[in-house]
Design a protein around this ligand. Sequence first.
Ligand SMILES: *Cc1c(COP(=O)(O)O)cnc(C)c1O
Length: 360
Amino acid sequence: MPTAVSCPRSWLAEAVARIEADFNRSADTHLIRLDLPRAPGVTLYLKDESSHPTGSLKHRLARSLFLYALCNGWIGPQTTIIEASSGSTAVSEAYFARLLGLRFIAVMPRSTSPQKIAAIAFHGGESHLVENPKAVYEEARRLARETGGHYIDQFTYAERATDWRGNNNIAQSIFAQMALEPDPVPAWIVCGAGTGGTSATLGRYIRYQRHATRLCVADPEGSVFHRHYADRSVRELDGCASCIEGIGRPRVEPSFIPEVVDRMVAVPDAASIAAMQVISELLGKGVGGSTGTNIVACAHIIAEMVARGEKGSIVTLLCDSGERYRSTYYDPAWLAARGLDVAPWREKLTRLFAEGTPLA
Ligand SMILES: *Cc1c(COP(=O)(O)O)cnc(C)c1O
């Protein structure tokens, strides 16, 4: 349990008010509709989370985590905020820390993209890089102890900091934006899992609202989550062999709630990156790797629906934009150096999305 800090109620009230006012100035993210020319009756929608002020779905999480920590009495006017992150959460948390005038330190693997480190610095945050990706949790805890700071711990608190019954969470927003579509209740919602917080919110909300929608989590092949889903005794891998930032973990995070997930699809990294390219071209804007992972799972579901002659809608997330990955996923030399051959996947996915032929 984090330690309580001494915090004047007047400061706390001002801190909460600043976050609420920031939210009040914000608009909801768009739901982009993508008709599939040769899968008539199946429509794909992408919830564009890249349009948040800090560029990813982690903007929602960071806001919720700060409010949760503030209202629990864990953050005061002198508290240094520490987080273990693969990058995107830290960018969003740096934004909220600055809003409150607090020092922020992100503990991240050295492999984190330079663009993310620059984005954290842009928002006034500091980066503390470690060699072993699995060491981030303990290093964050140590820094919090030594600075008398607060380790926000997204991996533990993501699932409980978000109001899963509503309060404009991502699930409620999706269902509201689908209201006037031909198939307003999606057959499937597809997302990835990093903390697992988004899938927990979606799965709980679907159940609470008694929708028939099923939840699919798209997971990198090298991640532990889909292995854990198939066999609950598997909780840890030696390392996560995936290079898709934001999703896929070497340990089952406490915020991942498999009970509310209806299906998991394991996706090779090369397929994720191919799908990222194909969907970027279709949308006319760059998207990140985890969006590609989602799209591969959507491709499987679309192909199945076509084969069964089913109609309906599928909603997935555009988690962040391609800007942060110019020097990685969008760089052919970077892909070649890692032996990622995207061409065969590109061909299959182009057939499905641009021509409508189901995956072989
Ligand atoms: C965190 C993250 C996800 C997964 O969201 P969780 O709610 O943490 O499971 C997907 N894509 C990107 C880019 C992310 O940063």
